[in-house]
Design a protein around this ligand. Structure first.
Ligand SMILES: [Zn+2]
Length: 147
């Protein structure tokens, strides 16, 4: 466990278990602190872990390198509903492969330059950048409609 790095990373509910790096990137391997989760369907709590599939999520750059988080995507079993439920993390939107703060940052960068330049700078495809901008736009519209 890398306590100081976990503190620096500043993401809720996770700790950095270990890390490695190459010339261009740093990889943080995360562990999730919660033992279980609440079922989205019936709201009952379960700790019955069914499977873990690690996913790679891009986060804000650090030390001049791209940062990737290796996050365990956990699936639990709810005995009440008899369904498998996938855990959602507070800092990654459902089915996205970037942290929310990374997507916000890309959105901001595109507003101040253009998609092509941001794609090149971040080593993302044009489609990736467009998908991020659309996703953040939709979220903002939704938030506006609620408030
Ligand atoms: Zn349930």
């Amino acid at each position: 466990m890398v306590l100081h790095l976990t503190h620096l990373l500043n993401l809720p509910g996770v700790i950095i278990d270990s890390w490695d790096s190459d010339d261009n990137s740093v990889y943080f391997h995360l562990n999730i602190l919660a033992e279980g989760m609440k079922c989205h369907h019936c709201n009952s709590y379960t700790e019955e872990l069914h499977q873990i599939r690690p996913i790679i999520v891009r986060d804000l750059p650090a030390f001049g390198k791209n940062v990737y988080l290796k996050v365990p995507r956990r699936q639990f079993y709810c005995r009440i509903c008899q369904r498998y439920i996938t855990e959602r993390l507070a800092f990654i939107d459902w089915r996205r492969k970037y942290t929310q703060r990374y997507e916000e940052n890309i959105y901001y960068q595109v507003n101040n330059s253009n998609i092509e330049q941001v794609a090149q700078q971040e080593n993302l495809s044009i489609e990736d950048v467009k998908s991020i901008v659309n996703h953040v736009c939709k979220k903002r519209e939704k938030a506006k409609n609620i408030s």
